[in-house]
Design a protein around this ligand. Sequence first.
Ligand SMILES: *Cc1c(COP(=O)(O)O)cnc(C)c1O
Length: 426
Amino acid sequence: MDLSKRDRKLIWHPFTQEKLADLPVVIVKGKGCYLYDEKNNKYLDLISSWWVNLHGHAQPQIARSIYNQCCNLEHVLFAGYTHEPAVVLCEKLNSILPDELCKFFFSDNGSTAVEVALKMCYQYWKNKGLNKPLFLAFEGGYHGDTFGCMSVGLASDFHNIFTDLCFEVKFVPFPNTWIDDEDVEEKEQNALEVLQKCINENLEKIAGLIVEPLVQCSAGMKMCRPNFIRSVVQLLKKHDILTIFDEVATGFGRTGTYFALLQTEVVPDFLCLSKGITGGFLPLSLTITTLKIYNSFLGDTIRQAFLHGHSYTANPLGCAAAIASYDLLTTPETVDAIKKINQTHIEQIKILMKNCENVTRGRVTGTISAFDVNENVDMQNLKQNCLQEGILIRPLNRTVYLLPPYCITIVELIKSYQILISKLNE
Ligand SMILES: *Cc1c(COP(=O)(O)O)cnc(C)c1O
């Protein structure tokens, strides 16, 4: 029996209606920007395998770093023990983050990084003797699939079934914008007014606000301007409300800078990182916070401490992968590649918008480009047709986006746009 049928017999896949889904594509190899199936067809991975891959598949330096670490120390518990890869990784990240973000808490996926931020945020107030049970979040925001994450992501349409089990969150509009959007000022103004009103009505109760800065990824690559995020954070700081930046997807160069917060020029109280952190090799995540938060957990009893942790917290192999990935990310070549991908996106999205009548709202932030496709196009067909031409996309509802690994060549990227244009016009 072939592998996809053996898979179907035993395996339940994520985000999949198993009754309707085609048999899964068996991937046997990855190299650079390409994935290879059993028949040696190759697919250009334009979505970086759910946004985790930065430097290409099976990248040799990262592979070697993991191998070397495996031969020395594969894992050790992280309460009461530490190891060099964890410390070195935090030192490196510390050197490119704002000085205030200087306390690093490890976990092993994006959802738990967010869960940790929410719990720390809530407990910060508890430790000060205050009860603040309310969080604020943005409409459309997606923050992961555990219960805390679902609660702050309830206005994303992903978790409706679990509404009754989630805690209380107030949602404010996200002023998403695109190239040549004429109403952006008005949308931002409105969002800030709704936020101000919500703060006025609930001030005593609000622990914090969570946001995906610059790009709401799962919502369909919805983009906002850095200024808006800055205004939000300034407003919150004025009212002593904590902010959580969920950069699980936007971190590590995706928005054009190492982190989106470097463009918003404001510092949140918590920063959540995962996905690209290991270059797409191993699960790892970080919740990074300030001395103000950290110090509130210090005390003479365990009661004030943060009693949370996972078996694989700060796994040395994950840290070794993350160090190698960081070293690649910060080379002049990668910094330059990110810039070139951005320029190509801006050029090509304009060409695509001009040549396809069935698309709207072209938009670009850093290495992410996206556009919306109207109802005349069957998205499943579009995806299949692209796959047949060797490019792997995975539209979010009616949004097509390109989020390639940084090792993609400009020629490959332009070719991808050409394929998209021709498939959209079929
Ligand atoms: C993917 C994602 C998460 C969840 O991360 P997982 O590793 O899938 O649990 C959280 N926040 C954002 C913004 C994400 O894109």
